[in-house]
Design a protein around this ligand. Sequence first.
Ligand code: IVH
Length: 717
Amino acid sequence: MFSPSLQRQLYELSKKLLSPQATLFEGDQSRLVEDLQQVLRFHEWKYYVQNDPVISDFEYDQLYKQLEALEAAHPDLITPDSPTQRVGKDLTENLAQVAHLTPMLSLDNSYDAEDLNDFDEQVKKLCKLDKEGDVEYCVEPKYDGGTIVLVYENDRLVRAATRGNGAVGDDITANIRTLRSVPLQAEFSKYGIHKVELRGEALIRKDIFEKINKARQEANDQIFANPRNAATGALRMKDPKEAAERGLEAFLYQMGYAVDDQDNNIIERFHSHDESIHMLESLGFKTPLANAGTRQHLPATKTCGSIREVIEFCVNWQEYRDEYPYELDGMVVKVNSIELQERCGYTSHHPRWAIAFKFKARQATTRLRDVEFQVGKTGAVTPVAKLEPVPLAGVTVSNVSLHNEEFIRSKDLRIGDQVLVERAGDVIPYIVKSLPELRDGSEQVVHYPKNCPVCHSLLVKQEEEAVWRCENAECEAQVVQRMIFHTSKHAMDIEGLGESTIERFYKLGWLRSIADMYRIDYEAVAKLEGFGEKSAANLRVAIEKAKQNPIYRLLHSLSIHHLGQKGSKLVAAEIGHVLDLKDWDLEKYQTIKDVGPVLAKNVFHFFQNEHNIELLQTMEQLGVNLQQTEADKRPDAPTEGPLLGRSILFTGTLSQMTREEAEKRAIAAGANIASGVSKHLSILVVGEKAGSKLKKAQALESVEIWSEVEFLERIAD
Ligand code: IVH
């Protein structure tokens, strides 16, 4: 994009424009605007893509202000891809959903040399290659940020989206435009490309992340757990101005789709993956080729002639990962030849020509300061290790669950011990072992409490269980935990009534049982600090909505031990009204398929308890639905989704997914798959070369006829 001679020219031009003799409002104004735009693009590329600025920030600002002033005087000269137009003024209320041009698949994982050798063998088999011959692979960092999907059409950035569910993501164009490492225009047409979809990752550099968190801490804002959370949060911000302040950068690592102006797929014209990445680099994108400041002898990406080289490169990287300025969770190994990639093909989950090499879990040692005991919603008492805070794989770890008494005993953990903590990727950190060789004699054995730490009643342990329980159902800790669970996403799903609000209302004496949630005094809520009329009104709407929930949600929300969502659905399908259960005997539960004896006993006991019946009666009087709804009648069917209850059929060749996958998605969206075209069919999705089914459906006017794209858009609703 910027050849060495063009770079020299633009540098000279910048100096001229910055010189005191430069006169802004004289001469050809449109030419001047173009010059300033081009000069600013060049400096953005030097700074944000190449990490190699050639002018100072102050000088950049001067040039930027000149362009702003000129554009203000001549608004007709403003183009959407001017450097001044990155930050839009509009707020996005709700992110729109957009269908990707090709499905965004995941990657298969490998963890050691053996896995990579297996992968290599599999590739050779799929490509029908000689066992001894070598396949060329590209190895690049596996960035740990927020996945982004960019679409350029006619050389302009037209859309940016998150990965979403792989088929459909959130439209984040306004935020992505603010990233100066993302060109708003790129000359794809030079390569015969009319429309292209690029995949990449938006990241926050580790040092910038530290600064952001420090500032948040000083401002008493909640800090981010890791750079990935900060990045994915920034991508979805409502105000592009705020998103721009998070210091996001974008690396583009994959061209997923490219067509010429006749809509012909032209991916194969690129012989190899690295050829396409070099093209992206030459067009001004930041790619894995960028020198991101690691050791000279260890580039970020490498084309390897054999799997042996791949293994060596990956293992080396594992050792230096901490030197890289961005968080990585591994490396990605890709078959380089596009022709061989095609031969390998795809599963519905991942391409068979690529694999992630995941870095080893990280470990750290720290001191076990104390063990606290927390009481959960069913009374289970869980020991929690209070650790001297220690940074581990991008997060600071200070609390780690110790599960139960046996765990503490088997690891011989003592308060004051140095312990080894491990965290693999997203997995919750855990204690691997204590280091008894470092003891000085002051360490204390952990005493398991005999009484509940909150209500002090005697703890009980059932023979078949590993945990001690507080059996006092009125124990304050349990009551609050049950309320928190009651409103949670998978239970009654009451937005705005989360943990801190429940604790607050509880302390105010407003909530004594879950029934109280349905008689909240909204006027009083509105007067609370941090609430106001609007929040109180929103809370009312959320609670009124929850009152209409199907009864499987209500059953689930009651915190009956072992009764999860699946069990709740099975029970709900059998009853007309929740209180029917008070007349059920134990045997009756066991006639329900998939309901085991323990679950049966727990539900039975719950409905034998008079307090619980009174609670449900009160809730019903307060308007909570206890009657079976349509959604309760089919426990296997999805209970929500844009195609709920509609029958659908696919015909012709689909281009973006297999028939099987399309059907799976339709079912997940709530539809049922029809066996043929009849008047009972609601939707026919037509791919290429559709035949008699289409004709038949057209004749039946009741059938809606959708294209594949329309289908993808509808399931995204
Ligand atoms: S290629 C069709 N390359 O990893 C293959 N993915 O577990 C598409 N990721 O969400 C993936 N760095 O966003 C590829 N250099 C890289 C990557 C990369 C990070 C992410 C990707 C995806 C996840 C898969």
